[in-house]
Design a protein around this ligand. Sequence first.
Ligand code: GSH
Length: 235
Amino acid sequence: MSSPAYPYEENIYTLYSNANCPFAQRALRAFYIAQVPHKVIEIDLTNKPDWYHLVNPQLKVPALRTPSGTILIESLVLSEFAADQFPDSHLLPSDATERAQLRLFVEIFSSRIIPNIFGSLRGTNAKEIEEKKAALLAGLKEVNGELVKQWERIGGDGALWLGDKVSLAEVNTVSFYNLLVAVEHHRGFAVPDTDEFAALHRWAAAFTKLPAYTEFKVDDDQAINKMKKFVPEAN
Ligand SMILES: N[C@@H](CCC(=O)N[C@@H](CS)C(=O)NCC(=O)O)C(=O)O
């Protein structure tokens, strides 16, 4: 049988990624935490290799090739796959209710924060930009409330979703939190330093110290520059 006409590493996982992509960073962090031998192939998104459609017909990163040749796509699928395939990573709690609560947190973050980060940047007039910034603020308040509820449930002093242990709650969200710096720069938005957002600040102070965070963190200047492409020319 002939080998497929795209590059991959025999016998280990191959992750097709881009270091600046917040979606790809979910997969990079999950595989880093799970300590799974894998090769990262960096895809230049401005000049994608001809063979990439054979890996992902949607031409997006991240994508994963398993050692047996199965291709998986979509960042949340890949991070969940890492958690399932490598349970010793404890990326997900063993209790089904706790897993559901964690997934709800990721869903709330993904649906309230991510579109409003991009929406604030893409806005074409002051009204639209202010509406998206207000929605982003409301989303962050909701995320803050979820953190407060979670810490009441689990007790202890830890400031990550699972207390002291990093999990998919951080893996699937922190690359987007990292983009808030671009909304601050381009749109003058900052998370207020008030009690309403205290849990969020406490969580960020904890996850920014994690090796899994710092290893893949995009520099603030680079995040600001990369996100500039979403800001329309006229504003
Ligand atoms: N829903 C996808 C989104 C992935 C995505 O949008 N990736 C971007 C880079 S951050 C991409 O590959 N875009 C294709 C392009 O730039 O042509 C996922 O979660 O994996």
